[in-house]
Design a protein around this ligand. Structure first.
Ligand SMILES: CC(C)(COP(=O)(O)OP(=O)(O)OC[C@H]1O[C@@H](n2cnc3c(N)ncnc32)[C@H](O)[C@@H]1OP(=O)(O)O)[C@@H](O)C(=O)NCCC(=O)NCCS
Length: 171
């Protein structure tokens, strides 16, 4: 694996980030439903910051943080963190291209986000499909705490509500 660089995402990256997301969707069904407008999906309201992971100039990973109120179970997470919802920032749109997995790209992205100014001292939180898969393993390995779980507020292509879980960052 070539040296990894984490950089702020610029508009000029967006088409290549959407290409990377397409590979992830085809490999992992993430996101479960391919968005009509992937660029809009990558630039939602409430964005606080977004970063790309680059290896040899190729985009191999992506993460963003959004206003805490955008995360499922925001009220429960705020109570667990003992801060108002405005004191939370949600980790969102985290993905790594299939060929770059298992080398610490997501771990590096999450560790860097914790230290970056757009977090503005807010406690990081997230929601994840509660399937015991690589994402859940990643957060638990990094010491994130599960606060609650239940049916998601959204439906998958079959009309079912997948189980989602909410996590609080270790610091
Ligand atoms: C979840 C996801 C982001 C993880 O990305 P990743 O870059 O492979 O994650 P990491 O490499 O940091 O960790 C993955 C595994 O590699 C291992 N690993 C990390 N660095 C390693 C290294 N240098 N050598 C060997 N193994 C290593 C980790 O221990 C971990 O093992 P585990 O799964 O048994 O816990 C990726 O699988 C993905 O994009 N999935 C689809 C999208 C998704 O579900 N996103 C989350 C939305 S909430």
């Amino acid at each position: 694996m070539p040296a990894l660089m984490i950089a702020p995402r610029h508009d000029a990256h967006l088409d290549r980030v959407a290409d990377a997301l397409r590979l992830v969707h085809e490999n992992d069904r993430y996101p479960m439903v391919w968005p009509d407008d992937p660029i809009a999906w990558l630039t939602p309201d409430g964005t606080l910051g977004a970063w790309v992971a680059l290896a040899d100039g190729e985009i191999v990973g992506h993460v963003m943080i959004v206003e805490g109120g955008k995360v499922e179970y925001a009220a429960e997470l705020a109570e667990a963190a003992k801060v108002p919802v405005t004191g939370l920032a949600g980790v969102s749109r985290l993905f790594v291209t299939p060929a770059a997995r298992g080398t610490g790209v997501a771990t590096t992205l999450l560790e860097r986000v914790e230290d970056l100014p757009p977090r503005r001292g807010r406690r990081l939180v997230l929601d994840v499909v509660d399937d015991g898969g690589p994402a859940v393993r990643l957060y638990e390995r990094l010491g994130w705490t599960r606060v609650t779980a239940g049916p998601a507020s959204w439906t998958d292509p079959s009309g079912a509500r997948p189980r989602s879980a909410a996590y609080l960052s270790p610091r």
